[in-house]
Write a protein that binds this ligand. Sequence first.
Ligand code: URP
Ligand code: ZN
Ligand code: ZN
Length: 471
Amino acid sequence: MTVLVRGGLVVGPVSAQPMDVLIDGEKVVALLAAGDASLGADLASTAERVIDATGKYVVPGGVDVHTHMELPFGGTFASDTFETGTIAAAHGGTTTIVDFAVQRAGERVQDGLAAWHEKARGNCAIDYGFHQIIGGVDDESLKAMDELVDEGITSFKLFMAYPGVFFSDDGQILRAMQSAARNGSMVMMHAENGTAIDVLVAQALARGETAPRYHSLTRPWETEEEATHRAIMLAHLTGAPLYVVHMSAKQAVSTLAQARGEGWNVFGETCPQYLYLSLEEHLSQPGFEGAKWVCSTPLRSSAEGHQDELWRYLRTGDLSVVSTDHCPFCFKEQKELGLGDFSKIPNGIGGVEHRMDLLYQGVVDGRISLSRWVELCCTTPARMFGLHPRKGEILPGADADLVVYDPAARTRISVDTHHMNMDHSAYEGYEIAGGVDTVLSRGRVVIERGAFLGTKGHGQFLRRGLSQHLV
Ligand code: URP
Ligand code: ZN
Ligand code: ZN
């Protein structure tokens, strides 16, 4: 089927221009300026379907490279399945996710990956890829890293946090980085000093400090900065590229920026929760309410200015990507596992549906440009994780994943209207200027004015190439 998306402002990572987008089947075949008399223009005049984007932006489908559907964590499972989570993502203008397959110490990496294929296959409404968590670095798992690269799993997450769960010590990290330097893959790092944090947590609990806000107070910025610095040094030592996930402390990003200033191959990601939510306003709500905002790295103090600094780093380019770290848990029976002990609250916030909208508010407020919005949410994540040019940019030959975004729409975020499988929203009541109008995934309309028109088996597994962000 041929589709013409007509009359919109097509936004790319560098510029925005009035163009028509011609789609044939699953691919973009041409971008046509007004008055174009090319072969594409002929085809456009006979398009089987025309989508009117007059007065709207036409942006690449969002690429969210950090989600956790069905993750077993904190004594329970993340509450979105691949079906519910990818439908919610589509509603929010995200057409690609990269989720994390899990391997723990003593398990085969290949088995962990196979389990994730099993969960996702036939259940996704949009396209998906996998990173691999290596929770037990040993000879076998290091060998498996090479195998996985050949299967399109070209990035590996290591943890300096969560001792006894996913934690790797410095020697293990060094060995995994040596493997990555050799096979060309990307090391993703959860950079928090987990053993120091565990001592602070035990001391806080012994003092009777059990409320959710102590989650942040026992993970102070120093524990993030120190781990970030250590990860950068180990990466530099081995020659591996490094992507630090879910950064929330301004001091940690400053350390990353310094290394980038030296020309080192290190990159940073942040998430909407660290740009919009805070220790004071959210995590410190009365009683147990703050549990909704327990995630790691933690929400930080707005009085200390972390949020403004993260926005500044999004502008300077020292933060390269905004993902969601979507890891939803219901308040009832899931977050409640930590009643009376904050350390037992499952860590994670759900937001896969809201990333494009929330970041667009940065455009409305003048913090970032339209093109920077697209670069942070679509193009750079695709390039960083070997999906470009198929994903992340509206180009001839690319998958026809695109979003017609209406700057005149108004959206109110609420548990009553969201599509994620959660009994609360971390962003309840947020008023969004703008909104998703139409979403196409590989040429197929999956969202039209708020209605889901896709199917759960439409999403395909993406074998990813190596990162294009290696210098
Ligand atoms: O709190 C978080 N971030 N939960 C998900 C697991 C992780 O560390 O990314
Ligand atoms: Zn993490
Ligand atoms: Zn995560």
